[in-house]
Design a protein around this ligand. Structure first.
Ligand SMILES: Nc1ncnc2c1ncn2[C@@H]1O[C@H](COP(=O)(O)OP(=O)(O)OP(=O)(O)O)[C@@H](O)[C@H]1O
Ligand SMILES: [Mg+2]
Length: 294
């Protein structure tokens, strides 16, 4: 069979199918059962570019890890509250991440909400969070506020995922300071790499000054359309730029995601057999295989 570098149907020499990132397509084994839970590894989903799939990835990766028996806490760190809404959580007049950030005496467990998905809890956000940056500016250790707020809960979970807002401001710096790792979702479209240098610079600065052990857990290509040359070319450029940091799992473009969001369910519950649900389950397995998640 003719082997083209990144086609989905081609084969490598040892007959392992090639994936869209130009590497052999591994299925990744089902994660082993855990004996106990916690302490959590904390991972931020971060990209200051809007609409690249941060929230969709937080929701669906969280649900996929929960389906593999991991105890997951998803933290909404965007005043839009889209992650909370996408998991069917009404955020009007309830305590949110904002209350935890601004009041160090507050017990974080009072702010945690159980989602409808087994093993998946949420710390919600709403528009109140938009005032947080202004308030935090005058705080002592203002970059460490989220880190402090999560200290009281992260021991109970295997993984904490933080859905960042599309900015590189103080809230995102707080998320990076609180995190062990960061996943950067990139939409497979022409301007995907624009601004990524600034994001990497921000991560480097946080590593230098605030959080010396933060690692790039992976770059995740989202909204990939294998039928278009454009999508394939963009993915090729992403792989050229980030090499093995590009996760092998690629999330395809499908209208099932907007549909699932409207229903307030992760895709793994809304359409479990759909390729998109399978992709997030595979992402969960890949992250466990890479050691990014227990
Ligand atoms: N793989 C996909 N295929 C098709 N649509 C998608 C996919 N992933 C996300 N979307 C849709 O694209 C839009 C943006 O996605 P999402 O909200 O996850 O991005 P975001 O990076 O969190 O955006 P923001 O920067 O505004 O927070 C949403 O309407 C979502 O339903
Ligand atoms: Mg978002």
């Amino acid at each position: 069979m003719a082997v083209s570098k990144r086609g989905a149907t081609t084969t490598s020499d040892d007959e392992t199918p090639m994936g869209p990132t130009g590497r052999p397509y591994h299925g990744f084994p089902t994660p082993p059962k855990l004996d106990g839970h916690g302490p959590a590894r904390i991972i931020s989903l971060c990209n200051q570019k809007g609409g690249v799939g941060k929230t969709t990835t937080t929701i669906n990766l969280a649900a996929a890890l929960a389906a593999y028996g991991r105890k997951v806490l998803a933290v909404d760190f965007d005043p839009q509250g889209a992650m909370s809404a996408g998991l069917g959580i009404q955020t009007h007049e309830i305590p949110t991440i904002y209350d935890l950030l601004l009041d160090s005496k507050r017990d974080p467990k009072e702010v945690v909400v159980h989602s409808r998905v087994e093993n998946l809890d949420v710390i919600p956000a709403n528009i109140d969070l938009s005032a947080a940056e202004v308030h935090l500016v005058n705080e002592v250790a203002r970059e460490q506020s989220l880190s402090r707020a999560l200290r009281g809960v992260s021991a109970d979970y295997d993984v904490v995922l933080i859905d960042c807002q599309p900015s590189l401001g103080l809230l995102t710096v707080n998320a990076l300071t609180a995190s062990h790792g960061v996943i950067v979702p990139l939409e497979c479209e022409f301007f995907a790499l624009r601004g990524v240098a600034m994001l990497i610079e921000t991560i480097d600065k946080v590593r230098d000054r605030l959080n010396p052990t933060i690692t790039l857990d992976g770059v995740l290509a989202t909204m990939f359309d294998a039928r278009t040359l454009h999508s394939r070319e963009v993915l090729e450029r992403v792989v050229d730029a980030f090499g093995d940091d590009v996760l092998e799992t690629v999330i395809g473009r499908t209208v099932k995601f907007p549909d699932a969001s409207v229903s307030g369910m992760p895709i793994t519950e809304f359409a479990p057999e759909h390729a998109a649900a399978q992709a997030y389950l595979r992402l969960a397995r890949e992250l466990v295989a890479r050691g990014a998640v227990a």
